[in-house]
Design a protein around this ligand. Structure first.
Ligand SMILES: [Zn+2]
Length: 148
C-alpha cells in the first residue's frame, strides 16, 4: 500500500434558488439545506502522520459556506423581477451567470476550493472530489478531470 490517502470534510449551508426554465416546482422560489463534502488527496507526511490538518480543510469549506449561506441565487436573466443592486445587497440575492442548479454550483465550489489551494500554496494535496447534497437524498459529484 502506498502512502496516498484521501481526506474529506463536510459543511452545510442554507440557500434559496429558483430554476427559471424548470418544468415543475423548482420554477418557484424555494430553499434547500445543502451539504458539501470536499475530498483532497495527498501523501501522509511520515513525521506528522497526516495528509493535511483537518482544520485547514474545514477552513476551505468555510469559504464555500460564506459564499452561499443564507443567500438567494437567481440567474441573471431574471430581469422581470426588476432587482436593483441595493435590493440584492439588502436581501442577500446573488444574480449569477449560471442556472443555480447543484450541477452548476458544484463546479463553482470546485473552482473556489482549487483557488484556495493555490492561494494557500497547499501543493502537497490535490482536489479529488466535491459532492453537493441538495436534499437529504439527492446529490451531485464533481471529480478531478470533470472540471472543464
Ligand atoms: Zn431547488
Amino acid at each position: 500500500m502506498n502512502n496516498h490517502r484521501t481526506i474529506t470534510s463536510e459543511i452545510s449551508f442554507e440557500m434559496a434558488h429558483r430554476l427559471p426554465d424548470h418544468g415543475g416546482a423548482c420554477k418557484r422560489l424555494h430553499g434547500h439545506s445543502y451539504r458539501c463534502l470536499v475530498t483532497l488527496q495527498g501523501s501522509v507526511d511520515p513525521e506528522t502522520g497526516i495528509v493535511l490538518d483537518f482544520s485547514i480543510l474545514k477552513g476551505l469549506l468555510r469559504t464555500v459556506a460564506t459564499q452561499f449561506d443564507h443567500k438567494t441565487l437567481l440567474h441573471e436573466s431574471e430581469t422581470d423581477l426588476d432587482l436593483d443592486e441595493e435590493t440584492c445587497v439588502k436581501l442577500g440575492i446573488d444574480l449569477v451567470d449560471y442556472i443555480p442548479t447543484a450541477e452548476n454550483m458544484v463546479q463553482r465550489i470546485w473552482w473556489l476550493i482549487e483557488g484556495q489551494l493555490g492561494r494557500l500554496s497547499l501543493l502537497n494535496v490535490t482536489l479529488k472530489q466535491v459532492r453537493l447534497y441538495e436534499t437529504a437524498t439527492n446529490y451531485v459529484d464533481c471529480f478531478a478531470g470533470d472540471d472543464r
